[in-house]
Structure formats: C-alpha cells, structure tokens
Design a protein around this ligand. Structure first.
Ligand code: ADP
Length: 416
C-alpha cells in the first residue's frame, strides 16, 4: 500500500468546470512534476486550464515529524480534493434572550465550510509529534463509522473530543482548523460543512431560570442544520469549563438553576449524537475543573501544551518568512530547517556565514521554551515596534531586535 499524500485544490468562485475534469488535469500536472514538496502551495500555475479555474494547489504536509522536503510521485497515492472557499465569513446566530422585551443574545458564531477565514490555519499550527494528523484521522474514522451505521453497541465510539491545556496554545484554532480540514477531506461525502462556535457564556441568562430555554433554542438551531444529511455539522463549545464550573459555584444564582442549565446542555449533546453527521468539539483551559459528566462524554481527551523548541523554531521561521514576503525583512535570506540547523550545530558548523542567522534563531527558540504559541506569534510584532522601528530591516537587525524582546518578555514574566 502506497502512502497517501493529500493535495488540496481551491477552485475559483466563478469557475464552473467539472470537478472530474479539474481532477484529471491536476493529477496530470502533479505526475509531470515527478517530485513534490510537502507543505508547499502553488499559486502561479502555468497550465492555462488550471490558471483559469484554480486559485491555488496545496500539497499537504506528509508527516509532521520527519521534515521531508521532497517525495517521488510514483511512490505515493495522491488524494486530490477540489473545493471552493466560502467568502461570507462569520455570521452571528442570535436567539431570543427570554427577557420578555424581544431582545436577542448572540449565542453562536456560524461559518460555512470550507471557509476562507480558516484557509492556511492548519498549516500554521505547529505541534509536537502527530497530534494534528491523529485528531484528523480519528474524526474521519468517527464519521465513517457513523455514516455506515456501525452499531455503537458493538464498537464504542462517541462524537465528542475535548482539547485541554493552558490558554494560548491554539486549542480553539485547532478545532476550527480541524473542522475546515474535515469539510475538505470529506467533500465527496458531504456537500457542505457548517461550524457553530457556541458562546458558552451567553447561554447563561441574567434571568437565570431562562437559561435552560436559551440552551434549548440554541440547540434547536443546530438541529435545523443537522437535519440535512448531506451537511457535516461541527459544534465547537469553547471554554467548556464556564458551563460546568457553574454547576458547582453558581455565583449567587440558585444552584439548582445552574445545574438545570448544564444538564440541559449535556442532554442536548446526547440528543445530537444520534445524528451521524454531527461532531462536537470542546476546549478547556483547565482540566481538573471540568465537570466529570462532560469529560465522560468525550472519546478523545487531548492535552495541548506549548510547542517544543522545534515547534518554536518553525513558528518563528514562519514569522520571518511572512515579514520577508512583505519586504519588511530584506534582502530575503534563507532560514534553514530545524533538523538541518541542529545537525550543523552538532558538526560545529557555527563559523559558516550561511548558517549564522538560522543558528541565532535556534538560540532564540531555545530561550523561548515554555512560551505558548499566542505569545510567540506576537514577539516579532513587538520586536519590530520596539526595536526595529523602520519600514525595512536586514534579517540580522531583525533577529537582534527579536532577541531583545525575548529577554524583556522573560524578565517581565519573572517579575510577575
Ligand atoms: P487557546 O484556545 O488555546 O487559548 P487560541 O486558539 O486562541 O488558543 O490561539 C491563539 C493564537 O495563538 C492562534 O491563532 C495562533 O496564531 C497562536 N498559536 C497558539 N498555539 C500555536 C501553535 N502551537 N502553533 C502556531 N500558532 C499557535
């Protein structure tokens, strides 16, 4: 069995060429290339049909661990996914607040998938080992089993995953990226994807006894979507602890009301699980405080922590690449891969000028160990604002600024 490499093709909005025609052209184009570089996106397409109908072709990452730079087409099974991106962006789902005056509360954010808002998000989330691929694989199996009516009494699986870990580690983003990827990978089976991000806080009415009704109204919106068997519906419950927390300490409200609300959410989740085309993703910044009743419903409880040095190096390299693209770092200089530069260091290649900048970035990455992804992605901005302060800088100048910001950040953290 040949290993699978996914190729994602974004078809232009106005293009109406048949997907099978496009598929054959892309396949021929890939085979003609012979060698493919995982993790790259092709935008300037020379073939006329492709350039008329295709926005971009993304050759997916092959394996997070081994940084494979090139693969021979003959050794692979190519899985080509052709889709159009939704440009509508986020829509607010409002429900009656129940205050009697007809006021509405925004209970969820709604995207049609695959959405332009999430294009490229998956590739820019960097984790240790194969967390992303494993989660995607798990979700695909779940949907396949559900779709083929595999009996849950024989093989147990649920339709709930829980990502937990410290704030800023990309849990919410990962859920959205997963939903987007699933909609792409399963586009042959589901004609459209819907992502609903439930605002847990808004499900608690200040007229607390109304909360149970808010939950019901919210989930009846979800059910409307789920009724269409060709729609893949993903419900994201962010910061699920805010729901479950209220069951124990209900902040001055009648505890029984809080318990009723949370029970209403749990019951609704159980009801949704009857539908084969729905998945529930939840995130939490605290693991211990989550209600056991919820934790028990989750099949996969994945801890998401801050990235390791290799991940940090990749995140910072991607920031350097983005600033080079914008000509803020100029001239453009090559940043070596993590594995490559670690080998250089092991062989005492420090004196070779071509490796100097990458080695400094490696050094900075080591100093950043323990910082979360959100902070890491902010550091280059701070470096520019505080220490570069001009429209364009050399990579050397930029890295010196980044180094200063890291030192400053660490000293501020130690004072807290
Ligand atoms: P959480 O839900 O864990 O609080 P978010 O999904 O809100 O985190 O993450 C905020 C931002 O931080 C993301 O949009 C992303 O840019 C960045 N980020 C966090 N973790 C990572 C990571 N491992 N790799 C790349 N970027 C990350």
């Amino acid at each position: 069995m040949k290993p699978v490499l996914h190729v994602e093709v974004v078809q232009k909005k106005q293009s109406n060429v048949l997907q099978t025609t496009l598929h054959n052209y892309v396949l021929a184009g890939m085979e003609a290339r012979k060698i493919l570089s995982p993790g790259t996106t092709l935008t300037n397409l020379s073939n006329e049909l492709l350039s008329d109908h295709v926005e971009s072709i993304h050759i997916c990452e092959y394996n997070n661990e081994g940084e494979l730079l090139s693969l021979n087409v003959e050794d692979l099974e190519l899985r080509i996914h052709i889709f159009k991106l939704d440009d509508e962006g986020v829509q607010l789902e409002c429900i009656d607040s129940g205050d009697g005056d007809g006021h509405e509360v925004s209970a969820a954010q709604h995207w049609v998938l695959p959405s332009r808002d999430f294009n490229g998000l998956w590739e820019n989330l960097i984790y240790e080992s194969n967390i992303k691929e494993n989660l995607l694989q798990y979700m695909e199996t779940t949907l396949l089993f559900s779709d083929r009516n595999v009996s849950p009494h024989v093989i147990t699986w649920n339709r709930v995953i829980l990502l937990h870990g410290p704030p800023g580690t990309g849990k919410t983003s990962l859920c959205k990226a997963l939903a987007h990827k699933l909609a792409i990978r399963l586009s042959k089976r589901y004609s459209c994807g819907q992502l609903l991000e439930v605002n847990s806080h808004s499900l608690f009415s200040k007229w607390f006894s109304e909360s149970g009704k808010l939950v019901m109204r919210m989930f009846s919106k979800v059910k409307d979507l789920v009724e269409n068997p060709n729609a893949l519906v993903i419900v994201l419950i962010d910061e699920v602890e805010s729901l479950t927390h209220s069951r124990s300490s209900s902040g001055g409200v009648e505890p029984s009301d809080a318990i009723r609300t949370v029970n209403a959410v749990l019951t609704q989740i159980d009801e949704l699980k009857k539908y084969p085309n729905v998945l529930i993703m939840a995130t939490s910044n605290v693991t211990d405080a989550i209600d056991l009743a919820f934790v028990d419903r989750a099949d996969i409880k994945q801890y998401i922590g801050p990235p390791p040095v290799k991940g940090i190096y990749k995140i910072l390299s991607s920031c350097v690449a983005e600033l080079s693209k914008a000509n803020i770092i100029t001239p453009k200089e090559e940043i070596h891969t993590f594995d490559g530069i670690v080998q250089v260091q092991a062989k005492n290649g420090e004196d070779v000028p071509a490796f100097k900048n990458s080695l400094q970035l490696l050094d900075i990455s080591r100093q950043c160990e323990g910082l979360n992804g959100r902070t890491l992605r902010k550091l280059p901005y701070l470096a520019h604002a505080l220490y570069v302060q001009k429209p364009a800088a050399t990579l050397e100048e930029f890295l010196a600024a980044l180094q200063k910001v890291v030192i400053q950040h660490k000293s501020e953290m130690s004072e807290l």
